[in-house]
Design a binder for this molecule. Structure first.
Ligand SMILES: [Zn+2]
Length: 279
């Protein structure tokens, strides 16, 4: 099977990607076994029986296999499609990828390179295998900063550039796709990603409307959290407007709270979920 190279050249303008964002998938209740630990990270992890139901529902609603960003950018028309993305690079990625491959599906895996080889995370050879199986490998920063948008410009450049270099060495191809840790996005985060050579940056803003920042296309994603029904995930995958709008409204309210409350919002979240771990 031939897969496209991870060398992105397409233009952003007419791209309309509908992306959903998953994290780890573990045995029920064993959420700390893969990826970042703690309740804050666990909130985004699914148990296998639930993930299986999500896959079945998405499969039932889609007319074709999910696309990859490489497919969309290579096309002239139509340049719209559904993308599956997974953040963090937890060890559960391996089983997730195998499961998707059984359907002939490919996904995007975003990896924080400081954690490669650590307990609960992918090893380098796993990343090679994922890429060999046609999945898209992207950066999720080096250290997964708790508040990416608060990082200095130099720190942002290091986070994007070093992680992309490490992943490029592992897979033997340039890395030009990334996702923002914790969805902690600002224009500066995208500008630094562009400066570091990223052509596409996925955020956690629930939208299909692309933006272009210094030549880097910034694409939103609809986030999946534990407890979300399979039907809701499938509706998001299918781009049905009601659940998409609902998620956008909830997200905008959260952003408004953050801008009003500043650090108080973060402290409140820490109190609810504990300090450790983030998505
Ligand atoms: Zn993350």
């Amino acid at each position: 099977m031939h897969f496209r190279e991870q060398n992105l050249t397409g233009e952003a303008t007419s791209l309309k990607a509908r992306s959903i964002l998953y994290h780890d998938v573990t045995e029920p209740g064993d959420y700390d076994s893969s990826g970042f630990s703690g309740p804050a990270a666990g909130h985004y992890k699914l148990a296998w029986p639930d993930f299986e139901r999500h896959l079945e529902a998405i499969r039932g609603i889609l007319k074709s296999a999910p696309a990859t960003i490489l497919d969309l950018l290579a096309e002239t028309s139509p340049r719209a499609g559904f993308l599956l993305t997974f953040d963090d690079g937890g060890i559960s990625t391996l089983r997730i990828a195998e499961r998707l491959q059984e359907y002939g599906w490919r996904a995007h895996f975003f990896i924080s390179t400081d954690y490669v080889g650590k307990a609960g995370f992918l090893k380098s050879q796993h990343i090679v295998e994922l890429r060999r199986n046609g999945h898209v490998i992207g950066s999720h920063s080096c250290s997964h900063p708790r508040r990416m948008s608060s990082c200095s410009w130099d720190q942002l450049l290091i986070e994007w550039k070093q992680s992309a270099d490490i992943l490029a060495q592992i897979v033997g191809e340039p890395i030009s796709v990334a996702s923002v840790p914790g969805g902690n996005y600002s224009r500066k985060v995208a500008q630094a990603a562009a400066e570091a050579g990223m052509k596409v940056l996925f955020t956690s803003e629930p939208t299909v409307r692309p933006q272009i920042v210094d030549g880097c296309q910034v694409l939103g994603r609809y986030g999946i959290v534990r407890g979300m029904s399979a039907a809701s995930a499938a509706n998001l995958a299918a781009g049905r407007w009601a659940p998409c709008v609902q998620q956008l409204v909830a997200w905008k309210m959260k952003m408004a709270l953050k801008s009003i409350g500043g650090n108080y919002y973060e402290r409140f979240r820490d109190l609810c979920f504990g300090e450790s771990g983030s998505a």
